[in-house]
Design a protein around this ligand. Structure first.
Ligand code: NAD
Length: 280
């Protein structure tokens, strides 16, 4: 039986509408600063999408496009200025930064109260113990998509493929917070196919096109595809071989139109949360 396609576009539109309505109702002044260094075309697209989402939600957006040759100190100074700016509630530095930057030091410079990506060590620690204001946008978006299926995570076998700090690890933690039985797989995992086949909820965050094939998927599973891979023909494709896996799963996210739009919607939600905390 063909899987139900989880419509990330529609769910993200609903989240953004909720943010917009709350901002209007409570007369909240919220601002998001997005800093982009260099001219990576994919990053440029993401930044433009974030700007559009801000406009839609009634969040003021401040964009700082810096040349690739910008020095670390200059970027840190800009972050200090934004940390002190009352009109800026959230600060996002678009990653990856050019090679000469120390990304970790840049992230740590952002005030944890304005860290709407939730990448700062103190926010990561808070997520670990389940006492957080912000959740990292992509894993939080995946959780919304899972919730939309009505499938209860509690007691389910959940398998996350990928252990990056921005997707795989926090994703595993959020599933664990909802009482899933969580396995994290990575490049050194043995018997990956068998492990994945146990999953009631399978999240793929590998960054390799069509990596998850039907033989890795349990009948009736929820499959969340985080991957965004650009093929040689210019088309976007996920980590999951959509055509065959959608014949086996009960629910599946498409690429594009699945996790991607959710990431931006959750960023809007985090910016609203940041504004509420800072204004209170
Ligand atoms: P990453 O490269 O940091 O991590 C990839 C992970 O995959 C690693 O932990 C690695 O151990 C694992 N891996 C690699 N080869 C493997 C193998 N053969 N078997 C099992 N595991 C293997 O990537 P990331 O930043 O976590 O991103 C993953 C994907 O998600 C990318 O395609 C990225 O573009 C996409 N992404 C999408 C969004 C979104 O908004 N939709 C956000 C962030 C990342």
């Amino acid at each position: 039986m063909a899987a139900k396609i989880i419509d990330g576009k529609a769910i993200s539109a609903a989240v953004k509408e909720q943010v917009r309505a709350e901002i209007e109702r409570d007369k909240i002044k919220a601002g998001l600063a997005v800093v982009i260094v260099g001219d990576d075309p994919a990053s440029r697209v993401y930044v433009n999408n974030k700007k559009k989402a801000c406009e839609l939600c009634g969040i003021q957006s401040f964009e700082y496009a810096l040349p690739a040759e910008t020095e670390q100190n200059q970027l840190l100074e800009l972050i200090d200025t934004l940390n002190a700016d009352k009109n800026v509630n959230g600060i996002l530095v678009q990653l990856p930064l050019p090679d000469h930057f120390d990304e970790k030091a840049v992230i740590e410079r952002i005030s944890p109260l304005k860290d709407v990506d939730a990448f700062h060590e103190s926010n990561v620690g808070k997520i670990m113990i389940g006492n957080y204001a912000f959740l990292p946008c992509t894993p939080a978006g995946c959780m919304e998509l899972i919730h939309s299926t009505g499938v209860d995570v509690a007691g389910k076998e959940c398998v996350v493929i990928g252990r990056s700090n921005i997707v795989g690890k926090p994703m595993a933690m959020l599933l664990l917070h909802e009482n899933g039985t969580v396995t994290v797989c990575h490049s050194k995992t043995k018997n990956l196919t068998e492990v994945c086949r146990r999953a009631d909820i399978l999240v793929a965050a590998v960054g390799r096109p069509n990596f998850v094939t039907a033989d890795m998927v349990k009948d009736g599973a929820v499959v969340i595809d985080v991957g965004i891979n650009r093929l040689e023909n210019g088309k976007l494709c996920g980590d999951v071989k959509f055509d065959e896996v959608s014949e086996k799963a009960a629910y599946i996210t498409p690429v594009p139109g699945g996790v991607g739009p959710m990431t931006i919607a959750m960023l809007m939600k985090n910016t609203l949360t940041a504004a509420r905390i800072q204004n209170s």
